[in-house]
Design a protein. Structure first.
Length: 429
């Protein structure tokens, strides 16, 4: 049977005969040819080896495809009736479930096609002395091979994508259930939880919340890139676990292995700022084990609350490892009382203006530097006399000595610094 007619609608019977002979040889040596192609694929495509189940399905898929090819060459099936063999369909589904890239599957088919064509050409060389006849038969088989791979790979791409979507939806549901139990402090089987999350619980974790400060049309998947950037800045030891909350917010856990310290907020801030304007992150405190998985994200939630109260005043990164952020979170629990504290303690410094903010920042730094003008100047990159002038102006605006109500003063400065306009007074009030 002619697989493809020549331009005039006919095919040289001698070419057809050679093609049929190759089909018969293929049918008679299916296991050997499939094994050879399988060995080549597992050697050249690293994603396809190492898992006995996947490897067994690959061999069955290869055998099934070659059997289909033999039937088509011999005329037992028409080209328009081509369907992927059942093992190939199952193989595509399993690859989707194992997160093997689709490119690896398609590359396997391209390499398998080349292996088949090379084998067929070897048979034609052995069967036919007439080079022109062998070349014509080779063209028929090559064209046929491209058509077969085109039809089958297109069908398998759809199978892969559908299965991938279903698998991710199911996996995300399972992950969310496990995360909710862990965060709620409910008992879980650690081994089963690690398998479901794809994340090792028996290590140190850094809980992170990332979000967009402004509405954005991009999907939550973009936040994965922000988490990856943070993980790189913290020298994370593996792939972060990311759980989207909505299209603009995601929770994440960065695996830190044995690293016990919380990464530098400045390094994380540089990574976050590089992801674009309006991206924000809240960091928990690095903690270990199953309990640390819970407490670190709860700490990140508190830091996130501080940033949300601050609104547009929030910095790129708010870290709960900062004692002032922990204090600010306590002050968010009763904002009305905090506003009264700020107004009564700061007095003239409680105004929401650039001038008042500059004086507050200098006084705040001065108190943190144990009232050293030199240290404050170094930290703020100012001249010592400028610091002295601003501190004096701040005390003048406050209207009472620095020693009076010192604790309330420091709390009010922390609130103003981290919570911003929500606890300050509008100019003129």
């Amino acid at each position: 049977m002619a697989l493809r007619p020549s331009p005039d609608g006919a095919i040289d019977p001698r070419v057809d005969r050679q093609v049929q002979q190759v089909g018969a040889l293929l049918a008679g040596h299916l296991p050997d040819i499939a094994s050879a192609i399988y060995a080549d694929l597992t050697n050249r495509v690293t994603h396809l080896k190492g898992d006995p189940v996947i490897e067994e399905l690959l061999l069955a898929s290869t055998l099934g495809n070659l059997e289909n090819v033999a039937h088509l060459i011999q005329g037992h099936t028409q080209p328009e009736d081509i369907q992927p063999p059942a093992p190939a369909v199952e193989y595509a589904r399993r690859l989707a479930q194992r997160e093997v890239p689709l490119g690896a599957l398609l590359r396997a088919y391209r390499l398998g096609q080349r292996q088949f064509i090379d084998w067929a050409n070897d048979q034609l060389t052995r069967l036919e002395d007439d080079a022109d006849l062998a070349y014509a038969a080779s063209r028929e088989l090559t064209t046929f091979g491209f058509e077969y791979i085109d039809r089958v790979s297109e069908a398998l791409v759809e199978v892969y994508q559908v299965e991938r979507d279903l698998w991710l939806a199911n996996r995300n549901t399972v992950r969310l259930e496990v995360v909710e139990k862990l965060v709620a402090g409910q008992p879980v089987d650690v081994g089963a939880a690690e398998a479901a999350l794809g994340h090792r619980l028996r290590q140190h974790h850094l809980g992170v919340i990332v979000w967009r400060a402004q509405p954005d049309t991009r999907m939550a998947g973009d936040l994965d890139q922000v988490v990856d950037a943070i993980a790189r800045s913290t020298s994370g030891t593996g792939r972060p676990l990311v759980i989207p909350q909505d299209t603009g917010t995601a929770w994440a856990w960065i695996p830190l292995g044995r690293q016990t310290s919380t990464p530098s907020p400045s390094a994380v801030a540089a990574a976050v700022e590089a992801c674009g304007p309006g991206v924000r992150a809240a960091l928990g405190v690095t903690s270990a084990g199953e309990g640390g998985f819970r407490t670190s994200i709860l700490d990140a939630r508190r830091a996130h609350e501080v940033a949300m109260v601050a609104g547009g005043h929030a910095r790129a990164v708010t870290s709960y490892d900062d004692p002032e952020v922990r204090t600010a979170w306590l002050l968010t629990q009763d904002l009305e009382s905090t506003r009264r504290l700020v107004a009564s303690s700061l007095r003239g410094l409680a105004e929401d203006s650039e001038g008042a903010e500059r004086l507050r920042a200098t006084l705040h730094a001065f108190l943190r530097a144990a009232e050293s003008y030199v240290v404050t100047a170094e930290r703020l990159h100012l001249h010592k006399n400028t610091v002295r002038y601003r501190v004096a102006k701040a005390l003048e605006s406050r209207g009472v000595p620095l020693t009076e109500d010192r604790l309330e003063l420091e709390l009010a400065l922390v609130a103003a610094h981290h919570l911003g306009p929500r606890v300050l007074q509008a100019p003129g009030d």
